[in-house]
Design a protein around this ligand. Sequence first.
Ligand SMILES: [Zn+2]
Ligand SMILES: [Zn+2]
Length: 433
Amino acid sequence: MKTGKLSLLGAVVVATLITAGLLDRMTQDSVSRFSFIESAQAAGGMVKGPNEIAPDRYVYYPGTEVLAKDEVRVVACGTGMPDARRGQASACFLFEFGNGEKIIFDIGTGSMRNINSLMIPAEYLTKIILSHLHTDHWGDLASLWAGGWTAGRPVPLEVWGPSGQTPEMGTKHAIAGFLQAYNWDYQTRAYKITPIPGSINVHEFDYKAVNKVIYKDKGITVRSIPAIHTGDGPVSFIIEYAGMKLVFGGDTSPNKWFVEHARNADFVIHEAFGTPEFFVKDYNQPPQLAWRACCEFHTSPQAFGKIMSTIKPRHAVSYHSFEEAFDGIRAGIRETYDGPLSVATDMMVWNITKDKIVERMAVSPDRASGVPGPTRQPPPEKGVPDPMSDFIKSGEWGPGFNAQNELLDAHSKKYNLQDQDWRKQKPWYKPGK
Ligand SMILES: [Zn+2]
Ligand SMILES: [Zn+2]
């Protein structure tokens, strides 16, 4: 069964189990030429025969693992740049807690493809906490909002995000504008499906608050600290659960709040940008912009390393760059930090407990999508206005619709829908063939 599954998935992505130090050693010793994805470095173990499995294939198959109560699983659902590409989405980290709660920290452009590949029911993906309002950190909210609605989410989304210097620069304003922009989408889904899952409840908090609680529920506490990034508003988050301290850093240049409040954390995610040379060569940026992008309003690898060697986390994670910049990033970080490190790429997974931190790669077929959960979505609501006029309805071509009758009759019978037969009000309806 296991080998069959491996071949079915074509699992060529393999991963490294790390506890403190192991990854570091491997990175330096043997595998720098493969160092795009650190997790790909130590797959296998000894294969004892031609029909034997590789014993140490450190892979996470989504939907196959129950978390222990005091465990957290973090999945990198986006680690790249604003110009998302097929292989790497923009910023997004899903935190799954042993108590069953799931929180999405940032939901950058392209990240829903990765989130969907984890095969989680839409009803469990309702909480999103945003570090700031750059599209590479919330550009796929639309996909979760509409896709989850269509896939059966029964409740509204809950979005936490920072205020801004003025109300127009804050999360409340952004979400109100979002709903305005997607009004046609909202009205049509509200009528055809049900309206409640299309609502978004916004929880805006003060971006200047230092280590104040912005979320507290079921043993999970999230605090916010200010970040320094292109304008007022961006923040980072300190997450406490089961006696552990985890940190999700949004975009920021090195700042004193991070160094103070992320100190001695168990698991710290912080951006580390590509080198100025990377931006000149791969991004076609003028050198004058390149050294500001990496190092004025973001954090360079050297600065990332300095932060980590100061705060000394059990495990550090860098993100926010394309994989071809990773060699430069790793080399830069190692100038100033020699502790446990992951240079994150999409679908990297960490299981975190007080005893150990395990890094793997999630492996999932391209066609994977959210699966049904136990809760039924409420039915269509009466009173929602029909967004389709009689003029458009008059264009319905009867022979085409009636050609489906056999199919629909069978469906109606199977699910007892006789009293909800929408065809009966149609002028073109001819029962049977
Ligand atoms: Zn940003
Ligand atoms: Zn960003």
